[in-house]
Ligand binder design. Structure first.
Ligand SMILES: Nc1ncnc2c1ncn2[C@@H]1O[C@H](COP(=O)(O)OP(=O)(O)OP(=O)(O)O)[C@@H](O)[C@H]1O
Ligand SMILES: O=c1ccn([C@@H]2O[C@H](COP(=O)(O)O)[C@@H](O)[C@H]2O)c(=O)[nH]1
Length: 247
């Protein structure tokens, strides 16, 4: 199934997008849901490795005026804030495991509410099907499209080990577990969005500026469609090799 995704990506992107065009009625419905979700989050209190999604998100923010919500950054801030979930979050991050949905979703909702920008990126979330279903049910927001950062595992491992940000999870043991968690839990989410024609594969093994050129193409092609309802999710792949490389 995953191989199909990437074979189709290069040759079938335009027709896939066309076939995913919404009718006017559907479009209005989406807009309503988004506006509803913005109001909905008003009352709430707080809630890959090394493929370069954070780096590219910073570029997208500057170039396209999006807001950037990194689930990992929000969780780290919550961990460090002295909150009652701090110890649990710390332990989960240290092991490379996925924090319960309700915690992460609350943090995302709060960040979206405080920010208020309709154009936003959600970086590194959802991490599993339960994250996805809970987020969509609670917020009534679905991503407009999903960027899949495809990078060889060895390259990601190298980047993370050289990152120098004093992260608890930037060590070989945690990274390998994060790859495993990704394969078991996150990959099905990409497959789900792919089945809806929402996934764009990006070759993230290239130099930063070349990766951004590819990212820009995707965003530019969506700009018109996304004038009022914007949500993109950035994912990353700990896998590459023959099974995920485009034909
Ligand atoms: N295309 C690239 N080529 C080489 N190095 C890169 C590239 N993109 C990012 N990096 C570097 O790799 C490291 C990891 O990048 P970044 O933090 O953006 O990854 P990430 O996918 O957000 O990781 P995580 O999910 O673990 O936070 C950083 O030191 C960054 O400068
Ligand atoms: O939705 C999420 C996002 C992140 N986590 C935990 O945080 C670390 C680091 O995430 P990055 O996106 O790489 O910064 C991740 O390994 C998880 O432990 C999460 O649980 N849920």
């Amino acid at each position: 199934m995953f191989l199909k995704l990437f074979q189709r990506g290069k040759t079938g992107e335009a027709s896939d997008l066309e076939s995913n065009e919404e009718s006017d009625d559907e479009r209005q419905g989406s807009e309503k849901r988004l506006k509803g979700s913005a109001a909905f989050s008003k009352s709430h209190d707080p809630g890959g490795p090394g493929s370069g999604k954070g780096t590219q998100c910073a570029n997208i923010v500057k170039h396209f005026g999006y807001s950037h919500f990194s689930a990992g950054d929000l969780l780290r801030a919550e961990r460090d804030s002295g909150s009652e979930n701090g110890t649990m979050i710390k332990n989960m991050i240290k092991k490379g495991e996925i924090v319960p949905s309700e915690v992460t979703i609350k943090l995302l909702q709060r960040a979206m509410e405080e920010d208020g920008n309709d154009k936003f990126l959600i970086d590194g979330f959802p991490r599993n099907e339960e994250n996805r279903a809970a987020f969509e049910s609670v917020t009534e927001i679905e991503p407009e499209f999903v960027l899949f950062f495809d990078c060889p595992e060895e390259e990601m491992e190298k980047r993370v080990l050289n990152r120098n940000q004093n992260r608890d999870d930037d060590n070989i043991e945690t990274i390998r577990n994060r790859f495993k968690v990704y394969m078991e839990s996150s990959l099905p989410v990409i497959e789900y969005y792919n089945s809806k024609g929402k996934v764009h594969k990006i070759d993230a093994a290239k130099p930063i500026d070349q990766v951004f050129e590819a990212v820009k193409e995707v965003f530019s092609s969506h700009e018109d469609r996304m004038s009022t309802r914007n949500c993109a999710s950035i994912s990353r792949s700990p896998i590459c090799g023959n099974e995920t490389v485009a034909a």
